[in-house]
Design a protein around this ligand. Sequence first.
Ligand SMILES: [Mn+2]
Length: 303
Amino acid sequence: MSIPSVSNKMKLTNLDVAVPLEETQPAPGATYAIGDVQGCFDDLLRLLDKIDFDPDVDQLWFTGDLVNRGPNSLEILRFVKGLKSGAISVLGNHDLHLLAVAVGVSKVRKKDTITDVLEAPDCEELLFWLRHQPFLHHDPVLDYTLVHAGLPPQWDLHKAQACAKEIETVLQNSNYGEFFKYMYGTKPRRWRDGLEGWDRLRFIVNCFTQLRYCDRNGRLDLVSRRNSTVKKKRLLPWFKAPNRATEGSPIIFGHWASLSPGRANVPGVYPLDTGCAYGGRFTALRLQDGRYFQTRCFNTPFR
Ligand SMILES: [Mn+2]
């Protein structure tokens, strides 16, 4: 089988061209990107029913934050781990919080719903699996990139992939617990290639798992949340930052429940977190044809 040329790659993302291919080949299966699950396992099952998910041929991409806030963090971890290569999940801030609690660096907070995982007989293997998940996934054929929160304007895709590798290497090392001692914090705010040590790793992990806003000079703002502050400081969503080096590369992300899928008004930007754990909706995007699927969420204590 030859490597698809650029023109074939373009065609694979176009439904009109993909249909004849299905007539001559076995059904290749679809790829669904799914927003933050946050422990809402029953809601996930209803969404998978709706898309008629077939684990033998379909692949699921998760935007991360599989756990916490919803009622069933344990089952969702077991389920996604059990899908093996049929699922790709990037790491989110709640996933990292679970890992930090497990190594004793963080404490369980009032709204956390992760103790079922921590007390499970298979906790160790679930968390081993979790910390081996990526921070970024890129599919060159589908031409989509998946992260939990965002990317700073200074990184192009190549740099983002390299930075993801750096932090993945740290988490997959047996000394990974050390990282959590230095992970928390909102600085540095601006990327430099020369950043080193914990500052460098903190910047990288903040982009992948926390980022929402940047200022016009491309500095992260991980503090401002209120609309009035965002306006006053003239902050921009990271994907609207001027001269963003990943402009034109389709990016799927979660983490930001108040963004509406399909209404980011920026080409190639696909927010999928629709607040499942907060009585919102649950969203899947079929990458082959760009179609959205949604279910309402019921199984949540935080309505
Ligand atoms: Mn998040």
